[in-house]
Design a protein around this ligand. Structure first.
Ligand code: FES
Length: 106
């Protein structure tokens, strides 16, 4: 079956004045956290795989986000879980900048 994934615009670059800024958007019933790190954008589900912590509220260290609830760490470049107590990666979405539009593939 053909994939139905497509890029959609979720924000504009001006929504992220500084590196480290993040927003949460809802797409198709999923809360997705979009981060700017340097000139890159990253998008993951805003739901820690340990116990549903809000990842967008966590501390960012480079491209690693730390869950504000129990400290599990995830790699924004892949969604990979890097430390306990997260048992699994978090859903990750491809991003791109089209002109001034920040887009994610869902
Ligand atoms: S909910 Fe994220 S580490 Fe527990």
């Amino acid at each position: 079956m053909a994939s139905t994934a497509e890029f959609i615009t979720v924000a504009t670059a001006s929504d992220f004045p500084q590196s480290g800024d993040r927003i949460v958007i809802e797409v198709k019933g999923h809360y997705i956290a979009v981060f700017r790190v340097g000139t890159q954008y990253y998008a993951i589900e805003d739901l820690c795989t340990h116990d549903d912590g809000p990842l967008a509220e966590g501390e960012l260290d480079g491209t690693v986000i730390e869950c504000p609830r129990h400290g599990a760490r995830f790699d924004l470049t892949s969604g990979k879980n890097l430390s306990m107590p997260a048992p699994a990666p978090v859903p990750w979405y491809e991003t791109r900048l089209e002109g001034d539009d920040v887009q994610i593939k869902v």
